[in-house]
Design a binder for this molecule. Sequence first.
Ligand code: NAI
Length: 699
Amino acid sequence: MSAEYQVHGDVAVITMKNPPVNGLGLAVRQGIAEGLEKANRDPAVLAIVITGAGRAFSGGADIREFGTPKSIQEPNLLSLILALENSLKPVVAAIHSVAMGGGLELALGCHYRIAAPGCKVAMPEVKLGLIPGAGGTQRLPRVIGVEAALNMIVSGEPVASELLASLPGQKLFDRLAASNESLMDEAIQMARDKAAIRPLPLVRQLPAKHPQGDAYFQFVRNMVGGMSKNFPAPLKCIDAVETATKKKFDEGMAFERETFLNLMLTPECRALRHVFMAERAASKIADVPEDTAKRSIQSVAVIGAGTMGGGISMNFLNAGIPVTILEMQQEALDRGLATIRKNYEAQVSKGKLKQDKYEQRMSLLKPTLNYSDIGQADLVIEAVFEEMGVKEKVFEQLDQVMKPGAILATNTSTLDVNQIASFTQRPQDVVGLHFFSPANVMKLLEVVRGEKTAKDVLATVMSLAKTIKKTAVVSGVCDGFIGNRMIEQYSRQAGFLLEEGCSPSQVDKAIEKFGFAMGPFRMSDLAGNDIGWAIRKRRYLEKPSMRYSKTADLLCELGRFGQKTGAGWYDYKPGKRDAITSPLVEAMIEKHRQAQGITPRKISDEEIVQRLVFSLVNEAARILEEGIAAKASDIDMVYLTGYGFPLWRGGPMQYADTVGLFNVVQAMKRFSQNPMDDANFWQPAPMLTKLAAEGRTFN
Ligand code: NAI
């Protein structure tokens, strides 16, 4: 039983016990129900207190049970809350730390509530594509008012208990305890004081009203509708809360239930739940136990103060970790520092960063030209030019100066991390930390595990990633790691689409309509077309049989490197980022088609999207097969946090699962019949063929 039952004089205390956050799994629900029954049967007990052990009152439903029979097995949350309401003896919820979702709904079913200082209270269901499903939409407006409740339910954001307690007329908390320590004594005393009072107060009997009624709901619908385009749940939150103001309580409950169950079946909800689990799963590495001792990281050194080095440094400064940044020349160092300063100053002027915080962060940054200044750092991250020879010299130096046990990381985006490790006498301490640009903004961090990378190094950097608020995903060593290796196939396919008849803007618009933040051509203009050009020169020299469209090379030969040169796939006005269709580029593509003897055809948006997304999926299946990624959900996290894949589709693998792998393979077979496309390109990865044949999914 995951709830403990104790009697303190004439008050029974039921304590939920399901670490880490007392998720309301079946065993917890059974434990509460039994405790409640016992307390009601025992003539010596006059009142009941319910609370949670450890770090939370309750974090809500146990998401591991979602979609399983356990989640609806009796007592389910709804019937448990009903049992609390129907208790003949008063029940006091003693809330501390965290009360979220089902945990808050449970408290709302109690007769009285007392909260310790500093509680975080939330209805986060909307973040999983749902609405609260155990009375939250009906009871919360009755205790804190319609507007405050709707704000919480639509945003899913936590609110401090003190703030809620200060709302005029609020009935959420009957009392605030003086301290965390005194909470239980006060709750027990409160239960005792209320023991004889009848009738027992029920939240369901309170009114839910808004003075502006229809006008108010119309207003929030307009506002929320605009912000939540691809997510059905936020508008449903409004429907449910509006129902609370217009219908009887039980009718409102029935509406909430039906809406909740319908949302549960939507692809958006499935995607969001998948992402929730995927994010947690990404931080776990199968052969690195969670209790692996970590190395202490109190200081960091960064080699190279260019685009990446500066951004990487900012992550640590933001987290209060001192950084020493090293360059070869004073000029480069000054330039790097000036960029960091400029970035922070922009944040200050936008009001996103306080002046004193900015100064505090800058004071943690120490510039240097000498390796002797970095030897004592616990972690060093190299971000110098992408050339093996340069990296070799840097790592040989690091091997000389860094203290024993320091972690030696490289930010390389394409080079072989095993080879880089071999430049040192301590390959076990070497790891790839592949940040994405802009490194102070992008959430993704690919952790590249070399053949010899030690487990405690991995455990340390995974935990450090959390400190600097990154989503870390482990990748094995290969050209491009997970993300860029997949994007290569996507870019190749985008090139074939141009040759066959698309314009850059048609391709971009189609995939942006699908939900990508930016299409491949706008993206390339932003990143710099010359970067891809350099990579292609190296890559396709090594793999001459790999067919690709030469249009991107032709573009670079015209010096059109993208936004930085004012011209790329699109034209740009000085100082502006708006992509303007370029007649010159269209003529360049047309000339190329003629030279190749290609008659252009009209290509549908659906075909564009499928060819681009399935090219990602096929390469991803190979990446999985080779063990470069440990699980499909890791690949989804890479694409959601580093490549602007639409969140509501859950990532490329989840999307493929939703389409059905059989259908994905059928589409690929169709594409391989197209004489203009590269037939080899569409050879399905063996894993994809196998899963499709067996009717299985990636995730
Ligand atoms: P960058 O050219 O902006 O900066 C490189 C910096 O390293 C320059 O300031 C240069 O003076 C300095 N440097 C060169 N050799 C050095 C040495 N021996 N010792 C000390 N400093 C030295 O290049 P960027 O874009 O910052 O790239 C750095 C690394 O990050 C490369 O390995 C690149 O592949 C990788 N990367 C780049 C991304 C991007 O979008 N720019 C994204 C992810 C990784």
